[in-house]
Design a protein around this ligand. Structure first.
Ligand code: M6R
Length: 608
């Protein structure tokens, strides 16, 4: 939920850290801070409530030159956003400073103990205890002291620690929160993710839980908590810094919406073979897949909506019960799980705490776990027997767009692959599916073009009192996701509902100020959906329909229509959501919202 970056090397650390913080800001943006060891050996700390830009203003045009430092951008958990609670946090001597992502669950007990031992703690945060624990343990070697301090912590952490008197050394550690080491030429980095450092190096080490990284300009030594050296391989980041920049678009969200055709192409690359689907990542677990008698999908937020499509297809194509559950419910009320249960964990970031915990629980109970994620090296890949990557490239806007459509496409391919290998997907059906998948990127491009009308429409809908989104079958996840987009970036209330449920309660919300947004693309349930649409129209609601090109009936019924190309029903979710993303984007812009960094949110939710 927070962004961390550290640097040691010959460059001027301040600008490197500020650049890294700007790129990590999507992880949290209620306060930011930086610590540098200046050329004269002093510890310089500046931290401010607000965004990185506020911190930058506070630092002025000439921050002190330094060869080492660390920075943090925060999404508050313990202690409200304020200058005082912003990271870094320091010890009593002012020599040791710490940035942290995660939650120290036993911090109250540790605070009491530290205060009783004579320490003065300044902030309301859980993190500050770490600086004081390191202070107590320090006897001339920072990595040793950090390992001693870590042994006292319960909870989750990615930490970077700096000691003023060891001015080339950073110590990083992770447990259930991401941290990577960047290896450059005579310089090294620590960061929450590659976006912060890819402008400087593409060589990274994905730290594992329990790792402690002793980082100097010459490289990194990784140990476990006991100090024993562990070997970690160096990975190469497959994308460049341009992929994490706006590229001329006003917002990352708009850029990422426009990247969807290319992201879909990339998600399918190497996975469509003539007339069949094949995910090589499943090869090592094919033996276990043969015995599967139930499928449980787990995910949060947008990923959960994508997983509804996967559940429907596993059930239809495999002929076994399949369902999707939000991970935060699954983990506390799990279904019966055994070795014949396939669990599919869907998470863009690969670090959502609830999804990881639910996957771990399922794995511990013997399930076969497959993760579907966008993030190579992320925690979820260690909780699963096989990882299938979205290959969508970095997504920076907090509101998910290209990762939703690639999650749906990847789940469609996953269900098709498993059904194919179990001999349950008829060849003709698979052939038809592969042909439709191949058309998808071009159709997504057309859906974007057709949705140009959303900008003008937003003028007429931006002052609505709220919205009701409805859909059935594969239109239902699109309705849920469309409503979530409106909520999170425009701050307007929107309900996403199964269309058949409208008359069981929420229809009372409809009137001239609450439009009905109906996903009414061509499907087996089209006529049923039209009946629901008419129910809304009869209550004076304006009706905004998402419909298939060529549907002449809908034009007579709806106030406005957003057109999408025709495709197979399981893929219709992908095309239907595109105009809804653009509609939400333009409504949010009209309402003057912070589209890429909406209030109260962070992109990665690493707390429960
Ligand atoms: O990284 P994940 O896919 O696990 O994230 C899950 C949700 O937090 C996420 O999908 C969230 O709902 C979206 N950012 C909303 O646009």
């Amino acid at each position: 939920m927070c962004g961390i970056v550290g640097y040691t090397g010959p460059r001027d650390a301040g600008p490197v850290l500020l650049d890294g913080l700007r790129r990590l800001e999507y992880r949290g943006y209620d306060s930011a801070g930086i610590a540098l060891v200046t050329e004269s050996g002093d510890l310089f700390v500046e931290k401010r409530a607000g965004k990185v830009a506020v911190l930058q203003d506070a630092m002025g045009d000439h921050p002190p030159r330094a060869g080492i430092g660390l920075g943090h951008t925060r999404w508050a958990t313990h202690g409200r956003p304020s200058d005082l609670n912003a990271h870094p946090h320091s010890d009593c001597t002012g020599r040791i400073t710490v940035v942290h992502n995660g939650i120290v669950e036993n911090f109250r007990e540790l605070r009491d103990e530290l205060k009783a031992g004579g320490h003065t703690l300044q902030s309301e945060t859980d993190t500050e205890v770490v600086a004081h624990l390191v202070e107590d343990a320090y006897a001339g070697d920072l990595a040793d002291a950090v390992r001693v301090a870590l042994a006292r912590l319960e909870g989750a952490y990615a930490l970077v620690v700096l000691h003023r008197d060891e001015p080339e050394r950073l110590v990083g550690a992770r447990l259930n929160a991401p941290l990577i080491v960047g290896i450059g030429a005579g310089e090294s980095f620590l960061a929450s993710d590659a976006a912060a450092i890819v402008a400087y190096t593409k060589q990274v080490i994905f730290l594992a839980d329990g790792d402690v990284a002793d980082v100097t300009p010459g490289g990194a030594v990784i140990t476990d908590l006991s100090g024993a050296v562990v070997e970690r391989k160096i990975d190469i980041i497959p994308w460049s810094v341009e992929a994490a920049e706006k590229g001329g678009y006003e917002h990352f969200m708009l850029k990422e919406i426009h990247e969807q055709p290319a992201a879909l192409t990339s998600a399918m690359t190497g996975r469509l073979r003539h007339d069949s689907v094949c995910l090589e990542e499943l090869d090592p677990i094919r033996d276990r897949l043969t015995g599967i008698d139930r499928v449980e999908l787990i995910a949060c937020g947008t990923a959960y909506y994508a997983s509804l499509v996967g559940a429907a297809l596993f059930q239809e194509w495999l002929g076994v019960p399949a369902r999707s559950t939000v991970a935060s419910e699954f983990r506390y009320s799990p279904p019966p799980i055994n070795a014949r249960t396939l669990v599919v964990a869907v998470t863009q970031s690969g670090e959502t705490a609830d999804t990881i915990a639910a996957s771990r629980l399922a794995g511990d109970r013997g399930a076969l776990v497959i993760s579907v994620t966008n993030t190579v090296g992320s925690a979820i890949t260690r909780e699963s027997h096989a990882a299938v990557f979205l290959q969508a490239g970095p997504e920076v806007a907090v509101a998910a767009t290209k990762t939703f459509v690639t999650q749906v496409a990847t789940l469609v391919m996953l269900a098709a692959d498993v059904a194919h290998h179990l001999g349950r997907l008829p060849a003709a059906k698979e052939q038809e599916l592969v042909a439709a998948l191949r058309r998808l990127p071009e159709q997504a491009e057309r859906a974007i073009e057709l949705a140009a009308t959303t900008e003008e429409m937003a003028d007429r809908y931006a002052e609505a009192a709220g919205f009701m989104y409805i859909g059935r079958s594969f239109g239902y996840p699109a309705a849920l996701e469309g409503a979530l987009k409106i909520k999170e970036i425009s701050y307007l209330h929107a309900e996403g509902y199964a269309a058949g449920e409208l008359k069981h309660g929420p229809i009372s919300l409809l009137d001239a100020d609450v439009p009905l947004v109906a996903v009414a693309t061509r499907s087996a349930v089209y006529e049923k959906l039209i009946s629901n649409l008419m129910e809304g129209k009869a209550r004076d609601a304006r009706v905004l329909a998402v419909a298939t090109e060529g549907d002449t009936q809908i034009e007579q019924l709806a106030t406005d229509v957003l057109w999408v190309p025709d495709t197979l029903e399981p893929l219709s979710t992908i095309l239907a959501v595109i105009p809804l993303q653009l509609f939400a984007y333009h409504v949010a812009v009209k309402r003057g919202r912070d589209v890429d960094q909406p209030r109260n949110l962070a992109k990665s939710v690493t707390v429960e």
